[in-house]
Write a protein that binds this ligand. Structure first.
Ligand code: NDP
Ligand code: ZN
Length: 351
């Protein structure tokens, strides 16, 4: 079968691969709508280590074409929403860990890209279908649901880790699609002052629509100083959803004592993270530093769709570009790689 992916680090194109085999608990899905993600291009550029001959993509809704003999909830023809993280729910990392993202090893539950081909194929494989596929919730559009599988799930995970309380002053560093979802989640969790950091005009506009009270630009000087000036002393909670290796230290520096820093952004394999000791109160500031990969599974995505169904958040604001046809995955991927100033999230409708 055909799929779009990485030929080797830095090189992408169409690949010819074996059709995946459906195990007894699994499903084979034909994608209906897919979206490229920053993590796809990051992987293609070698940001998560050397990889080759790999179909990319991990954000999809689609139709079931085959199920294993032990699958009970789904049958061929069903329309499904596919979480980007699909843990092995029998693994000890899931049973005993504090996150389901690392089933057998670091990122083990991120099967697409991590250990098998992704969703930019004519069909793709989903492990443990009953636990890892969600039916589309009535009243939620397929494209709104598509935005839950990674963008909303990841952005909201930043909010979960930050444990935002009513009235907290919150900074979201990076207001690409992931950060925008963190802004929306922070507003739902009761943030008081809510500061986004980014520059793309459409992202700035949507950040305000999602509840940001202020948006500052990292191009206007040191973001730590800007946040300290605005807040008169720092934020209670800082979510990192973009930036560079320096962003880590900046996030700690703009967080008040007893606050929390929650990272959902991928640093690069070549990065070193550091901060001035004073930023962490010489080690005594009781600032929690957290970082986590978005949890997976059907229940989480069902809950995300409840928020959409009942009008708490409109995820379709993230969709800035639409393409039609399987072949257009290439164009959408190239656009994601190029990151044009008007880009938030491209989606590809596959007939
Ligand atoms: P984008 O590239 O679309 O957005 C990045 C944001 O960071 C933009 O708002 C950008 O500003 C801002 N930014 C860039 N440089 C700086 C800087 N020096 N200081 C402060 N802000 C800066 O990324 P995404 O929203 O798609 O993804 C964000 C991160 O989340 C990525 O690292 C991605 O790999 C990671 N991710 C993690 C996932 C997971 O855990 N499952 C899933 C998906 C993504 P500007 O407006 O100027 O562009
Ligand atoms: Zn992603």
């Amino acid at each position: 079968m055909k799929g779009y992916g990485m030929i080797s680090v830095g090189k992408h194109g169409w690949l010819e691969k074996e059709r995946p085999v459906c195990g007894p608990l699994d499903a084979i899905i034909k994608p209906t709508i897919v979206a490229p993600c920053t993590s796809d291009t990051h992987t293609m550029h070698g940001g998560s280590g050397p990889k080759e001959n790999l179909i990319l993509g991990h954000e999809a809704v689609g139709t079931v074409v085959e199920v294993g003999v032990l699958v009970q909830k789904f049958k061929p023809g069903d329309f499904v929403v596919v979480p980007c993280v699909t843990p092995d729910w029998t693994a000890l990392g899931v049973q005993g860990g504090k996150s389901v993202a690392h089933d057998t090893r670091l990122f083990g539950s991120f099967k697409f890209l991590g250990s098998k081909d992704g969703v930019f194929g004519e069909v793709f494989h989903v492990n443990q279908a009953d636990a890892n596929l969600a039916a589309l919730t009535e009243g939620v559009s397929p494209e709104a649901a598509l935005m839950t599988v990674d963008m909303m799930s990841t952005g909201f995970h930043g909010v979960e880790m930050a444990e935002i309380g009513f009235g907290d002053t919150v900074v979201v560093i990076g207001i690409g699609p992931v950060g925008l979802m963190a802004v929306a989640g922070a507003a739902l969790r009761g943030a008081g002052r809510l500061i986004g950091i980014g520059t793309r005009p459409n992202c700035v506009k949507i950040a305000r629509e999602y509840g940001a009270t202020d948006v500052i630009s990292y191009k206007d000087g040191d973001i730590v100083q800007q946040v300290l000036d605005l807040t008169g002393g720092g934020a209670n909670k800082v979510i990192i959803a973009g930036g560079s290796q320096e962003t880590f230290g900046q996030a700690v520096s703009m967080t008040k004592e007893m606050g929390t820093i929650a990272n959902i952004s991928f640093f690069d394999v070549g990065h070193t993270l550091s901060m001035p000791a004073l930023a962490w109160g010489l080690g005594m500031a009781s600032k929690d530093i957290r970082g986590g990969f978005c949890p997976g599974g059907a229940l989480r995505i069902e809950k995300m769709m409840e928020l959409i169904k009942y009008g708490r958040v409109d995820t379709t604001k993230l969709i800035s570009h639409t393409f039609r046809g399987f072949e257009k995955i290439k164009d959408a991927f190239c656009l994601m790689d190029e990151k044009t100033p008007d880009l938030i999230k491209p989606v590809v409708y596959i007939d």
